[in-house]
Design a protein around this ligand. Structure first.
Ligand code: SF4
Length: 476
């Protein structure tokens, strides 16, 4: 086995409660405190023996906490995102100042699409990796010369150099399990997502999504539009191992872009999980047929996270969502009939949004009535078709996707619809959806059945109301 550099994988400290980590899709502080696992960093960490993964935001670590770590390592790999990049550069500079011999690299979708630009941001960044960086980082950690490592850009003699692109990873089973890294370096109790049971564990069973939604960050920058998957046996073996490592975990979440992109495989994995007797949830498109839903439910599926995005068909067509509203309604009815919970996500301010379509989306959300919802503002991340379209059409009012506190901002504005109205529509949908007797009773009933849920929901309720009042202040 080759010698490895002492390697630190770091999701840098940021705004309190900011979830911009190597697993988050919408990189912002959410309405209630929530954290995804840093799976994109855990994957290369599993390939580098003796490394350490530090996920600063959920651990509550500050810059002062992480800076001294630089002394113990030869290589630091920082995961960055569009909203946190400027701050992450400061963290890199502090690490370099503490240990001038430290080699510092940045990874993440935001820098993968603009590697040289990222290198120019600071001399503290030695290299920037391209989209799929697992084996790129492993080779750097083996001490290979940067010039011989495919898939990165690096600084040399005051210039930047780009090495040949790395081939897309086809054998997904070549990626070792991440749950051993979670066990070694993370505390599963620190990871919360409002609609998942606590504690939960999430991981990927494949990369890429067959859909081509113009706003979606990961498939357009990192994963691509083919669903490359791990074998059923590999996935089930990892969950079996996780069950032994984390007896306290109540739910497993498969964070693949669209776990239901390959229905026969989803059913086969479900049957394997059913034999383990675990509770699990996953991302799904609103077009899974009843027969598949039934197999998944019969084998432990608890919840589906579904991107409905809009209640207006023209908007769905504009963003190439590939979903028909009538199919989405039928899918939702079927899932409910089977007792599968749904967390529905919506985006306000996508191209084609008008005052009327905002009303349509609110009506649609109330009508299909998922158990819980999440509302986001259209966020044109660099590297996406939406970003290019917004720049060409002159819709982009601001490049900063979050405000000074890390909360998502409304950055798109249309000639017929100002950003302030889009901003306000997020709160309208939340209020209309949650402040209904039916929802209040449902949440109350859930709290009465379980004291742990009660404590958690009360805390989240206070956070949610604070979030709405902060937004209201921000919009006046
Ligand atoms: S279906 Fe979901 S994951 Fe796939 S491209 Fe669309 S938004 Fe992204």
């Amino acid at each position: 086995m080759p010698d490895y550099l002492r390697t630190l994988f770091l999701h840098p400290p940021s705004w309190e409660g900011f979830d911009g980590g190597a697993g988050s899709r919408y990189q912002a502080r959410r309405e209630v405190r929530s954290f995804w696992y840093p799976t994109w960093l855990a994957q290369p960490a599993a390939l580098v023996p003796g490394s350490r993964l530090v996920d600063a935001p959920p651990a509550g670590l500050t810059l002062a906490d992480v800076t001294p770590l630089a002394r113990d390592y030869d290589l630091a790999v920082l995961h960055t995102s569009a909203p946190s990049f400027a701050h992450d550069v400061k963290v890199a500079e502090a690490l370099r100042e503490t240990n001038p011999g430290l080699r510092v690299g940045f990874v993440g979708a935001h820098v993968a699409v603009a590697r040289e630009e990222a290198l120019h941001a600071s001399r503290a960044i030695d290299f920037v990796a391209g989209s799929e960086f697992d084996f790129t980082i492993q080779e750097i950690a083996q001490g290979r010369p940067l010039a011989s490592v495919a898939g990165l850009s690096y600084r040399t003699n005051g210039h930047t150099t780009r090495t040949p692109e790395r081939a897309v990873l086809e054998n997904m089973d070549a990626l070792p399990f991440v749950v051993d890294v979670y066990k070694r370096d993370l505390a599963v109790e620190q990871y919360f997502i409002g609609y998942l049971l606590h504690p939960y564990v999430s991981l990927y069973t494949g990369r890429g999504c067959r859909s081509k939604c113009t706003f979606c960050l990961w498939p357009q920058t990192v994963g691509g539009h083919r669903y490359r998957t791990r074998s059923v046996e590999h996935v089930v073996a990892e969950i079996e191992r996780a069950r032994r490592l984390f007896p306290q975990v109540k739910e497993y979440f498969f964070d693949d872009d669209t776990f239901t992109d390959d229905l026969p495989r989803a059913e086969a994995i479900a049957r394997g999980l059913g034999r383990l007797g675990i509770t699990w949830s996953c991302n799904a498109k609103a077009d899974v047929p009843y027969a598949t839903l039934k197999v998944l439910k019969d084998n432990g599926l608890r919840l589906l996270l579904v991107g409905y995005e809009s209640g207006n068909q023209a908007i769905l067509n504009n963003v190439k969502k590939g979903i028909r509203l009538d199919r989405a309604r039928e899918f939702t009815r079927n899932a409910k009939a089977l007792g599968i919970k749904i967390h529905g996500t919506f985006i306000m301010g996508l191209p084609g949004e008008t005052r009327e379509t905002i009303r349509e989306t609110i009506r649609f959300a109330l009508d299909i009535d998922p158990d819980t919802i999440q509302v986001s503002l259209a966020a044109p991340y660099a590297g996406t078709a939406l970003y290019r379209q917004a720049r060409e059409e002159g819709w982009l009012r601001d490049e900063a996707l979050v405000d000074a506190g890390g909360v998502q901002s409304s950055v798109l504005s249309y000639p017929h619809l100002e950003r302030a109205e889009i901003h306000a529509s997020l709160e309208q949908l939340y209020r209309r959806f949650y402040f209904r007797p039916r929802k209040i009773f449902a949440i109350g009933g859930e709290m009465l059945r379980d004291r742990a849920v009660m404590r958690r929901r009360l805390g989240e309720g206070v956070e949610f109301l604070r979030f709405l009042s902060r937004r209201r202040r921000a919009s006046v």
